[in-house]
Design a protein around this ligand. Structure first.
Ligand code: MN
Length: 232
């Protein structure tokens, strides 16, 4: 058997699509930090500072219905429900007025966070990777095409744990709108088809424990369910 590669190439991570057997291949996952004022306040951060970006890896995606083992090293894993934007094209220095032309669709994701490790990194002025970037840290529901649902700029975003609502907000509360996020991020890196952006979380983040059942959604976009399993 001949191959271009010296080992078998890893599988292409992909997101499910509502009402379609085809999937959306993921190139990069970018996340926006501090994009809702009430969440900035609940974590005691400086509300005058602008949002910013960090990254997760494509293979950290997990599908709807997944059970995610409670991760290693942490005693404080928290949920952050977020609107997810999936790009069909990109470029450098995209003007906000043209940004939505690059969006293929939208979904609902959870930016799972080892908060204790994130906070410890912040105090030491170290990168956030250990707190944000871990196996299955980016569960995401099936995408809805913009061709079907349009480009949501408002709508309820919510998350419940074991039937009790923990997070609620509205997309209209985002400090940077989706076009602004795409414009800003495209100044930092060249965006391209397959890029996925998690757009920040509203207030109400809290700790999860093994056995917790999470349901979340963005009205008009979709929903996502996941369970936290026993420690890995
Ligand atoms: Mn987040």
């Amino acid at each position: 058997m001949s191959s271009t590669y010296v080992i078998a190439p890893p599988p292409q991570p992909a997101l499910a699509v509502q009402g379609d057997s085809k999937t959306f291949p993921v190139r990069r996952i970018w996340c926006v930090g501090r994009n809702y004022l009430e969440h900035i306040r609940e974590l005691g951060n400086d509300e005058r500072q602008p949002p910013f970006f960090f990254a997760k890896h494509p293979d950290m995606i997990a599908p709807d219905g997944v059970t995610i083992p409670y991760p290693t090293l942490t005693k404080d894993m928290q949920h952050e429900v977020e609107l997810v934007v999936a790009l069909k094209s990109g470029g450098l220095n995209i003007p906000a007025a043209k940004a939505l032309d690059h969006v293929w669709g939208y979904g609902v994701g959870v930016d799972l966070t080892r908060r204790d490790l994130q906070m410890a990194s912040r105090k030491k002025e170290q990168p956030w990777e250990i707190g944000k970037s871990f196996d299955q840290s980016a569960p995401c529901g099936a995408l809805a095409p913009a061709a079907t649902i349009g480009h949501p700029a408002k709508g309820r975003i919510w998350l419940s744990v074991n039937g009790t609502e923990r997070q609620t907000g509205d997309l209209a509360q985002m400090i940077w709108s989706v076009p602004e996020i795409i414009a800003k991020l495209s100044q930092q890196v060249a965006l391209d088809a397959g890029d996925v952006i998690m757009t920040g979380t509203p207030a109400g983040v809290a700790a999860l424990t093994p056995g917790d059942k999470i349901e979340c959604g963005v009205d008009g976009v979709g929903t996502l369910k996941l369970t936290i399993g026993k420690p890995a």
